[in-house]
Write a protein that binds this ligand. Sequence first.
Ligand SMILES: [Zn+2]
Length: 254
Amino acid sequence: MNQASMNSVLLRKTEFGDFDYILTYFTKELGNISVIAKNAKKSKKRFSGKLELYTVSKIIYSSGNNGAMPVLTEVTLEEPFENIRMDILKLAFASYWAEIITSWIQANNPQEKIYELLTFLLGVLNENKISPQAANLYFQVHFLKFSGFDPMLSKCASCGKELEKSLKNFRFRFDKGGILCSKCCDFYNGSLSAVNLKQLLWIRQNEFETASKLRFSVKNIKDCTSFLSGFLSYNTGREFNSQRIINCLETQGL
Ligand SMILES: [Zn+2]
C-alpha cells in the first residue's frame, strides 16, 4: 500500500456511517483530494482536535486498493486558526472560499498559487489584520487571476477598445467577461464606479501579501465584491450557499 504526505487545508467534512468521516482536503501538491478517516468519530485519541474545518495540516494517507478511497493515517496540525471558528462571519467567508475551491478545482490538479492565497488569507482572517469583507475581496480578485478567469477590467470586454477615461461609471456584462465601453453597453448586468475599477486593478496588480495595506471604504469593498460574486457565480454556473449566509449575516449587522 503506497503512502503519500501532503500539505493541506481541510475544506469539507462529512459523516460516513457510525464511525468514519469523509474529508476533502485542498493540498498544495495535488489539488483537491478526498480521504476517509476511519473510526475518527469513535477514537478520540488519534485525530482529536485535528479534523476541524479550515485548519492547515500535514496529512499522511495510504492509497486505496482497487479504486477504494484513500485512508487517512496521520495528521499533524500546523495552523489551527481557531479564531475563525469562533466568529460566525469569518466562518462564513472561509466556507465561501472552500465552496469556490471545491467546485472549481479538479482532483489531482495542483494549484500552488491558490493554495498559498488560501492559507495566507485564512491567517489574515484569523488574526483580524483587515476586515473579513476586505480579505474576501482579495480572495476573489486573486483566485480569478490564478484560475485564469480574470474579468477584463482594462479594456472593453466586448470590442477590445480602450475604456473612456472621462466615464465615472462603467457597465459590465458577465457573458462578455468584464467592463464595457460606452458604445457596447446597451445590455449589461450592473455597473462599477471609476474608483471601484481603480481599486480592483490595484489589488490585481499587487501581490496578495499586500492585503494588510488595503484602506478602501466599506461601500467600495461591498460594490467590488458584489460584482466579483456575480462574476464567480456566472462562470461556475452556481449560487454558493455560503454567499447567501454572508448576505444574511451582513443584513443583520453581524
Ligand atoms: Zn466596446
